[in-house]
Design a protein around this ligand. Structure first.
Ligand SMILES: Cc1cc2nc3c(=O)[nH]c(=O)nc-3n(C[C@H](O)[C@H](O)[C@H](O)COP(=O)(O)OP(=O)(O)OC[C@H]3O[C@@H](n4cnc5c(N)ncnc54)[C@H](O)[C@@H]3O)c2cc1C
Length: 475
């Protein structure tokens, strides 16, 4: 610990807003990737209450040459909020005010620590709609969503967080405050910031675009004997030239997990469950629901249910929403991946994950966003058991190779964090990685903002030991 760091931080945010006892720090040594067993203690955690305080904290850290790790709710699955080599965690949970909602301009201004679900609720109360809806919306923050460019089921039709971000206030690596969003040129910086995973700046406030709420919404659930049937359903929907609002799936193992947890409206034993939502005006929504039903029949579904009302729709969606909790009842830990392949190869990839699970002796469940080829392949482990974590990591490493061979991507929405760092160059190429390093160097020359995440360090750079170990384990 650098001498004077804690007192300097306390001078900015106040003594009670600085944690430094190991017992207090323990909760900040992991994020949702902690289900793999990974833990790294920070040196301190601070709770600033304003942009100015965040700026003050970053200036203190810059003076002490200390890493800064921004943190929202810690729901990230890529280890992005884990303080790998120690450092100061900047927790934005006290910055949770909705600053303004302008119904006629259809926009909302929020602080970074506002929950995603709060934006949904406030928009809906004004007859408006904020489509980005990660499965974690009741706990994740808008700052975290921006940093990871979070998506969710409705990204299929409406896009991701970046598509709704029209302005930010951000604290740069030297503590200066940037307010961005007024001009067209600003939009480029917003695009850069969305998905930068806390490596370029700390977002403290955001302006988000809202759209009119759809007048009607319809949910269809269909079961199939196999994943091939579900893949055929996607092809049939694409052929009908429809872009549903959401097109989700659970494989047979995921349905069984949900059924075991008592949250399933369908019987276990099915090969796959597909959920489709369409939105629009009442007439088109009715027509589109009919088309979806025919597409499902054509693809060989053995059971189709169209929700009669919003309660029935919520019951169908509960199966998809219950999956993360359900998986935890099967096994205590997991290595949860988030890969993307061309949609017509998703059934092939699901089959491959089961082969990998068998080969490495780790159970696997698959679910995700079928409409955009985004698969959450989840290898189940018990991190307390010797060898489980290594076997899960080995299965994930082979999965990444397979995905890249299929022309896919390592991350659909959860980000790179440090868990996928070793594969970034293989996917993007040396030129793109060099460009990323130049941008990082320009915005954060001391390399203090969330080091060891997203951007692979040069071999000559000092990467936190945990990054080196994780990269070696995954190679
Ligand atoms: C059950 C469950 C379901 C999920 N479903 C989805 C899904 O459908 N779609 C999806 O996209 N993701 C999903 N996720 C992943 C996760 O919720 C998202 O990545 C979310 O955006 C993380 O938000 P957070 O506030 O928890 O951020 P954290 O986990 O705290 O941080 C994530 C990253 O963002 C950085 N960061 C956080 N706040 C800021 C800030 N203010 N400024 C700069 N950087 C910051 C952190 O340093 C870290 O790198 C899910 C997670 C869980 C546990």
């Amino acid at each position: 610990m650098r001498e004077g760091l804690l007192s300097d931080l306390a001078a900015v945010v106040g003594g009670p807003q600085v944690l430094a006892r190991p017992a207090d720090l323990a909760s900040y040594s992991f994020d949702a990737f902690g289900a793999s067993g990974e833990r790294h203690l920070p040196d301190a955690v601070v709770f600033p209450a304003s942009t100015e305080e965040v700026s003050g904290v970053v200036q203190v850290c810059a003076r002490h040459g200390c890493a800064v790790v921004p943190r929202g709710a810690g729901t990230g699955y890529a280890g992005g909020a884990i303080p790998l080599g120690g450092g100061v965690v900047v927790n934005l949970c006290r910055m949770s005010r909705v600053l303004a909602l302008d119904g006629s301009a259809m926009r909302i201004d929020v602080e970074a620590g506002v929950l995603t679900a709060t934006v949904h609720r406030r928009a809906a109360a004004g007859g408006l709609y904020y489509p980005p809806d990660p499965g974690s919306s009741t706990t994740s923050t808008i700052g975290g969503n921006i940093a990871c460019n979070a998506a969710g089921p409705h990204a299929l039709r409406y896009g991701t967080t970046a598509d709704f971000l029209t302005g930010v206030t951000a604290v740069l690596a030297d503590g200066r405050i940037a307010r961005v969003g007024e001009t067209d040129a600003d939009q480029h910086f917003l695009r850069l910031l969305a998905g930068s995973e806390g490596t370029l700046a700390i977002v403290t406030e955001a302006r988000l675009r809202l759209i009119p709420a759809p007048a009607a919404r319809s949910t269809v659930a269909a079961t199939f004997a196999s994943m091939e049937g579900a893949a055929n359903a996607v092809a049939a929907i694409a052929q009908s030239r429809l872009v549903p609002a959401a097109l989700e799936f659970l494989d047979g193992a995921a349905v069984a997990a949900v059924a075991r947890a008592g949250a399933s409206a369908v019987a276990r034993g099915v090969g796959a469950l597909v959920l489709v939502e369409v939105e629009g005006d009442a007439a088109t929504t009715g027509d589109h629901t009919d088309s979806i039903r025919s597409a499902m029949e054509h693809a060989g579904s053995d059971h189709i249910e169209v929700a009669a009302d919003s309660a029935a729709a919520a019951r169908l969606w509960a199966m998809r929403k219950a999956i993360s909790a359900a998986v935890a009842t099967v096994m205590i830990g997991k290595v949860n991946e988030d890969v993307v392949v061309p949609r017509d190869r998703i059934a092939e990839l699901v089959a491959r994950t089961h082969q990998l699970g068998d080969a490495h002796a780790v159970p696997v469940v698959n679910f995700g966003h079928l409409g955009d080829g985004n698969l959450h392949a989840t290898f189940l482990i018990d991190p307390r058991r010797k060898g489980d974590r290594e076997r899960g990591d080995a299965a994930a490493a082979e999965l990444f190779e397979c995905v890249l061979d299929m022309g896919g991507s390592l991350s659909g929405e959860h980000g790179v964090g440090y868990t996928k760092l070793a594969y970034v160059e293989r996917q993007l190429g040396a030129g793109t990685v060099a460009l990323m390093r130049r941008i990082k160097q320009a915005l954060d020359p001391q390399g203090l903002l969330n080091p060891g995440k997203k951007i692979p360090p040069l071999a000559t750079e000092a990467a936190p030991p945990a990054v080196v170990a994780a990269a070696a384990a995954r190679r």
